[in-house]
Design a protein around this ligand. Structure first.
Ligand SMILES: *Cc1c(COP(=O)(O)O)cnc(C)c1O
Length: 362
């Protein structure tokens, strides 16, 4: 077996021990004679799977009692529309912090459905940083303040959360830095993540929603788009993505087993530092896209002196089993995604390759 040094941005690397457990349980999950994929979502065995996944996430993130946890479908992208449909009453406006492709995408959906204000945009600088609190022009009457804690494509990440005006709920897309560090969930009206960056396979979104927000939801939303119906159905209004829920549950247990999010964060910072040091010690051969104080610990975006070298870098890296380093076309250059499950050895292997590549081509 030759596991890749997997720097994919999403879907992305999963912990080896999680994959091995899923493999072990694939033909016979806990004596049922079938895999989780093959059983009824109404069975007591699956009820236990989803129940444990929720309980473990509550422990891992310290989710308070007055929050509902949901497992939803349609990806993070469907949340871009569901959030305004559910939480922005008719005639009200919502505030958006625009720091990259994903928050811009969320804004675009919200605008189709009603009034939305841009309280900051980093577009003029091709989204190379996140704003300071003082740069936000916030509406005290906004239905909510929306932001993206980590921009997967541009590689910029908030270190703390923006502070909304009193009584304005904060809503966060944490898809690509989900369970990567401790978060104070009580500061949020809603926090959600598509699983496939840091927590499992694609097909499921994990969300925590403060209960009082559920009172705002208009009547007569289509059932699948109505958080109240999802809550009432225990995330099983229809058939949920059972295998994806099982997998995120295994990842939550893995993170708890490491010692929780403080330890996960320590590991992530160590890995990110290894790669950023390779950039910073290159004398300008490698140039980070993000300004140093906004650097993402999850998606490290950088450029080489020209595109030919960038293509050569990606193809030589691939020959050494380093996969997924080509950046998104909107930023260009390279992107190393160093999510929770990436081993430190892979980050070190990349850093050594970067130094060697520069020696040969610099
Ligand atoms: C990947 C990503 C999305 C989109 O996720 P889908 O599951 O493909 O809809 C949204 N937000 C962020 C921050 C992402 O990284």
């Amino acid at each position: 077996m030759n596991r890749a040094h997997n720097f994919n941005a999403g879907p992305s690397i999963l912990p080896l021990s999680v994959l091995e457990q899923a493999q072990k349980e694939l033909l016979d999950f806990k004596g049922t004679g079938m895999s989780v994929m093959e059983m009824s979502h109404r069975s007591k065995e699956f009820e236990a799977v989803i129940g444990e996944a929720e309980a473990d996430l509550r422990t891992l993130m310290g989710i308070p009692e007055n929050y509902k946890v949901l497992f939803l479908q349609g990806g993070a992208t469907l949340q871009f529309a569901m959030i305004p449909m559910n939480f922005r009453p008719a005639g009200a406006s919502a505030d958006y912090v625009v720091t990259g492709t994903w928050s811009k995408g969320a804004l675009k959906e919200a605008k189709k459905l009603g009034e939305s204000k841009v309280v900051y945009t980093g577009e003029a600088d091709n989204f190379n940083r996140v704003p300071k609190q003082s740069e936000l022009t916030l509406d005290p009457n906004a239905a909510y303040l929306y932001y993206t804690s980590n921009e997967t494509i541009h590689g910029v990440e908030f270190t703390g959360e923006p502070t909304p005006p009193a009584n304005v709920p904060l809503i966060c897309d944490t898809s690509s830095d989900f369970i990567s560090r401790p978060v104070d969930v009580s500061k949020y009206g809603m926090i959600y993540a598509g699983a496939q960056k840091n927590a499992g396979p694609s097909g499921v979104v994990v969300a925590a929603i403060r209960e009082d927000l559920l009172n705002r939801i208009p009547a007569n939303l289509p059932a699948m788009l109505d958080y109240n119906i999802q809550v009432a159905g225990g995330s099983m209004h229809n058939t949920p993505p059972t295998f994806s829920i099982y997998m995120v549950g295994l990842v939550f247990k893995w993170a708890l087993g490491l010692g929780g999010l403080t330890e996960v964060q320590r590991r992530n910072e160590e890995k990110a530092n290894v790669v950023y040091s390779a950039i910073d010690s290159s004398g300008g051969f490698y140039k980070g896209h993000a300004t140093p104080e906004s650097r993402s610990k999850m998606n490290i975006t950088f450029r080489l002196p020209n595109e030919d070298l960038e293509n050569q870098f990606a193809s030589e890296a691939k020959k050494l089993n380093m996969i997924g380093l080509k950046g998104h076309r909107s930023v260009g250059g390279m992107r190393a995604s160093v999510y929770n499950a990436l081993p430190l050895e892979s980050a070190k292997f990349l850093a050594e390759f970067m130094a060697e590549f520069q020696r040969k081509n610099g």
